[in-house]
Design a protein around this ligand. Structure first.
Ligand code: C2E
Ligand code: MG
Ligand code: MG
Ligand code: MG
Length: 289
């Protein structure tokens, strides 16, 4: 192995395949270490009501405090966790950690607030309702504390099985949102068949608002579908006031994005809730000044 000081030279003639295999092994070993040494943690990104401008919930996003590489984002290890099967262990950890945190907030006297977690295709099986139900019981929580974010691809196959999974989840009082909506394999017919609460407009569409007319049209169409089907609709990746204004006028209910907050550690999110923090709009403060 080349070692640290040789990296530049190594990268020049190494084959993509070899490097990927090495990365994969290194991350796989590291992940096992991460479970053992508690290196995984959750950040929370607020979801905000576009009318009241107040926090309505949060999405839990996993991070890995790597001993050498610093704080890693999920893009750097979730795909490898999926390839190696470690995603099962990781998902169990996330579910338990979210419930433990919710329980702590409940014990601190907070009213129920929904914490969303991302579910991978692999977890979306019959055992999902049981696993989630057991986690709620373990932490003595009601389902109103949880939301599951799933993707369109999970709704494609064997409809009856999927409907029964989703009905069990709903039966627990948990809500379900369709993440990255519009980027997957979309067949609109499933929208009316499955008990879904929320459509989540993908960041790739939000990004183009208001200049890209296609992105604006797609976002508006998604909002229209959500309204017609009586689903809630939230936009992810909202960064500026132009996007905010367009989406609010189009009838979008909530937002998640840097315009309000990046994902933050649990104590920071708790502080935002306690201070009743609201979205501060530049135009509003300008007109008041
Ligand atoms: P996602 O579920 O679509 O989560 C939203 C991602 O967009 C997050 O990235 C968030 O930090 C980012 N984001 C939110 N608002 C903005 C914004 O205004 N601007 C920009 N540039 N980005 C914004 P993150 O945390 O890196 O997560 C990436 C993906 O990793 C997630 O996409 C989700 O698919 C996956 N993921 C994260 N946590 C978990 C987990 O616990 N389990 C599983 N299975 N997947 C997870
Ligand atoms: Mg998500
Ligand atoms: Mg998303
Ligand atoms: Mg996304």
């Amino acid at each position: 192995q080349g070692g640290e000081n040789n990296e530049g030279g190594y990268a020049c003639y190494s084959e993509e395949m070899n490097r990927n295999t090495l990365d994969l092994l290194r991350i796989e070993t590291g992940l096992l270490h991460a479970f053992e040494y508690n290196e995984l943690l959750l950040y929370y990104q607020p979801k905000v009501d576009m009318q009241t401008l107040a926090i309505t919930g949060a999405e839990a996003l996993v991070r890995w405090q790597h001993p050498e590489r610093g704080l890693l984002l999920p893009g750097e290890f979730i795909p490898i966790a999926e390839e190696t099967g470690l995603i099962v262990q990781l998902s169990d950890w996330v579910l338990d950690a979210v419930c433990r945190q919710a329980r702590a907030w409940k014990d601190a006297g907070l009213p129920p607030i929904r914490i969303a977690l991302n579910v991978t295709a692999r977890e979306f099986t019959r055992s999902l309702p049981d696993r989630v139900g057991a986690a709620l019981e373990r932490h003595m929580l009601s389902g109103e504390w949880l939301e599951l974010e799933i993707t369109e691809s999970m709704l494609m196959h064997s409809t009856d099985r999927v409907i029964s999974i989703m009905e069990k989840i709903c039966g627990l009082g948990i809500t379900v949102s369709l993440d990255d909506f519009g980027t997957g394999y979309s067949s609109l017919s499933y929208l009316k068949r499955f008990p879904i609460n929320t459509l989540k407009i993908d960041r790739s569409f939000t990004m183009g608002i208001p200049d890209d007319t296609n992105d604006c049209a797609i976002a508006s169409a998604i909002i229209g579908i959500a309204k017609q089907l009586r689903h809630k609709v939230i936009a992810e990746g909202v960064e500026d006031e132009k996007q905010f204004n367009f989406l609010r006028e189009a009838g979008c209910n909530e937002l998640q994005g840097y315009i309000f907050s990046r994902p933050v550690p649990a104590p920071d999110f708790h502080a935002m809730l306690l201070e009743g923090r609201k979205l501060a709009l530049e135009s509003a403060s300008a007109s008041q000044a």
